[in-house]
Design a protein. Sequence first.
Length: 165
Amino acid sequence: MADRTVHYEAAFEAFLRSRGIPYVAVDEAKKALFANAKLKSFDFVVYSKNGPNLLIDVKGRQCRDRASRKGFETWATERDVEDLMQWEQVFGDGFRAVLTFVYWIDAPLTPEPGMFEHRDRWYLLMGIDLAEYRNAMRRRSIKWETVSLPAEDFRSLARPLESWL
């Protein structure tokens, strides 16, 4: 099951439930099915009405006081990207891997597409196709083995999670 102690994952799950979108929190189920696999877990399989089913890896980021920040944090580990690509191959046709950035944001004056309130916190849920992320990613840290997207690529590739469903 999803780690409901992590408020980003709990908010993501609440978002799905509030819209009646079928999903499976796959962490524990995945471990039972692929006990010998050395792949890092992803978080949810989401069943979409409008396209392929989604393999979701939630990346929770705090983006409060956005006026003082230059942009959204878009980093992931190289292993996140590599392993999620392998999971996409394991699941095969009809499934697409999506990095889902769940930003904890300040309460908006007017909610915009992608914003969701859960437990008195506001979140912005943005998804990026994993293949597109991979093609645009740049190394962030050799030491920490992280990658990220340049701001202009994030703006052009990320879209509100609702548009994926």
